[in-house]
Design a protein around this ligand. Structure first.
Ligand SMILES: [Zn+2]
Length: 264
């Protein structure tokens, strides 16, 4: 009898925790941090643009409506995910990144002022130290999101990337903020984070020639998100980030659906 009583207590406690969890998620505010994918979506100047073509759209011979499309895309365009193997030999491909690494507490670092004064701005250790002065130590498993303010230029390619040119010529003219390699090194050595994302086309700034920040983060097994949307809608602290890339076997990157969950 006693055993049965304890069993009932355990079951009802589990049910209680379950409903608590559901309630929290249902009452939370969800923010989409993903840009739409379409023909005009920003891709690297040397990439083939995103394409989305109609296979069928309309009434079938049998009298019901049907639509189906096909798309093709390079891995590293639009809102996307970088796997550690992108710049790290023998590091994980997308399908190998554990789901536990695809979410974490959001640490939103506001560098909009610095980036508006300098398109080539490199986010520094000082910017992280300033965040910590206000909010405390960057938590374990954090998703660091660099809010450069460039997200608001998304519809205007030249303002967003610095160029309208494609190919090698376009690459030369890229000007947008990124992460200082010294700061990437500091994060890897001193904090235990899951990922770094930002609202520009690359973690290394537009004028980078050697992609040091990518290389440092990839070598440490970290992941990156680029062309992230709506970072200006996030609190500097307190959002939980979930970032789910398409699970391409052997992929170095992939289109990413990323959301922020803010509890009430
Ligand atoms: Zn990428």
């Amino acid at each position: 009898m006693k055993k049965l009583f304890f069993l009932l207590v355990i079951i009802s406690l589990a049910a209680c925790r379950q409903s608590h969890w559901d309630e929290q998620l249902q009452s939370a505010q969800w923010i989409d941090l993903t840009h739409d994918f379409e023909a005009s979506t920003v891709y690297w100047p040397t990439n083939v643009p995103f394409s989305h073509d109609t296979v069928f759209y309309g009434m079938t011979e049998k009298g019901y409506f049907y639509s189906s499309f096909k798309f093709s895309a390079e891995e590293h365009g639009g809102t996307h995910f970088d796997a550690p193997v992108h710049f790290g030999k023998d590091q994980k491909f997308i399908h190998e990144v554990p789901v536990e690494q695809l979410h974490g507490p959001g640490v939103v670092v506001d560098v909009t002022r610095q980036s508006s004064e300098n398109r080539d701005y490199l986010v520094s250790v000082t910017d992280f130290e300033n965040w910590e002065k206000t909010h405390g130590k960057i938590p374990e498993g954090a998703i660091i999101l660099l809010n450069t303010g460039f997200g608001k230029y998304w519809e205007d390619h030249v303002k967003y990337t610095g160029t309208s040119k494609t190919g090698r010529e376009g690459v030369e003219e890229l000007h947008f903020p990124g992460l200082d390699p010294g700061a990437a090194n500091w994060l890897v050595k001193n904090r235990k984070i899951n990922a770094v994302g930002l609202d520009t086309p690359s973690i290394d700034n537009g004028q980078s020639k050697d992609f040091q920040s990518h290389r440092i983060l990839c070598a440490a097994g970290l992941t990156m998100y680029e062309n992230v949307a709506n970072l200006d809608q996030l609190p500097e602290n307190g959002a939980h980030i979930v970032a789910l890339p398409m699970k391409i076997r052997g992929g170095s990157g992939a289109p990413l659906r990323i959301v922020a969950i803010i509890g009430k």
